[in-house]
Write a protein that binds this ligand. Structure first.
Ligand code: URA
Length: 220
């Protein structure tokens, strides 16, 4: 069944235009050290009117090279899990907690590293503006860094994955396994973890359908 993408009347009037304005500002950002090493700012992409938003950790090599979120192997796995739920990128919006690649040079090779706390703090202005414009009903955090930022600190993925939480930016938020984590598993563990990702996306899709039927809680 196709997801209902009707414009919610209480949303921002022109989210496309508003998001583009913020994106143009983000492209100039020098708020943290990652500005010095990035190739591209990876702002985010997808449907600015999507009721369902996915938030990952931060761009990797391919995202940095292209300026687009989740275009490497992790992105291909996310696309596959979306497809299994009858969804594609046109139905959702995808972005990250940080918009520039965090990397370290080891033995002459550039490797991804987790973002530092001060980088997440410096970048929060962009995620904040993005989610305030989109006003999703449901947010799915991909991995613990996004869950720590949007759900609560010290998020425990093993205990709290797939559970619904209230969130400042959406009526409901949950966290699921990061596709890159799933790709590091082998055999049965890979299959089990991938099924959890598919199952959590199915739950998020269902939550959108239910949330659309709920009465609106604010007047404006
Ligand atoms: N991992 C992320 O968290 N985000 C991306 O955009 C790509 C890989």
């Amino acid at each position: 069944m196709e997801m209902d993408l009707t414009l919610d009347l209480w949303g921002v009037e022109n989210p496309e235009e508003e998001l583009e304005k913020v994106r143009q500002q983000a492209l100039q950002c020098t708020a943290c050290r990652l500005a010095e090493t990035r190739t591209n700012v990876v702002f985010g992409e997808g449907n600015p009117r999507a009721p369902l938003v996915f938030v990952g950790e931060g761009p990797g090599e391919h995202e940095d090279a292209t300026g687009r979120p989740f275009v490497g192997r992790a992105g291909a796995l996310l696309d596959q899990a979306l497809r299994e739920n009858g969804l594609s990128r046109k139905h959702v919006y995808i972005c990250n907690v940080i918009k520039c690649r965090a990397s370290v040079v080891e033995n002459g090779r550039v490797r991804n590293r987790p973002p530092y706390a001060d980088e997440i703090t410096a970048c929060h202005q962009w995620l904040d503006k993005q989610l305030t414009i989109i006003q999703p009903l449901v947010i799915v955090c991909l991995g613990a860094p996004a869950a720590n930022t949007l759900i609560h600190k010290n998020f425990k993925m093993t205990q709290e994955r797939g559970i619904w939480f209230p969130c400042h930016y959406a009526r409901y938020a949950m966290a699921t396994l990061h596709p890159a984590y799933i790709l590091r598993q082998e055999g049965e563990s890979y299959q089990q973890n991938y099924r959890l990702l598919v199952q959590d996306i199915a739950a998020a899709r269902q939550k959108v359908i239910e949330a659309k039927k709920e009465p609106k809680t604010t007047l404006f």
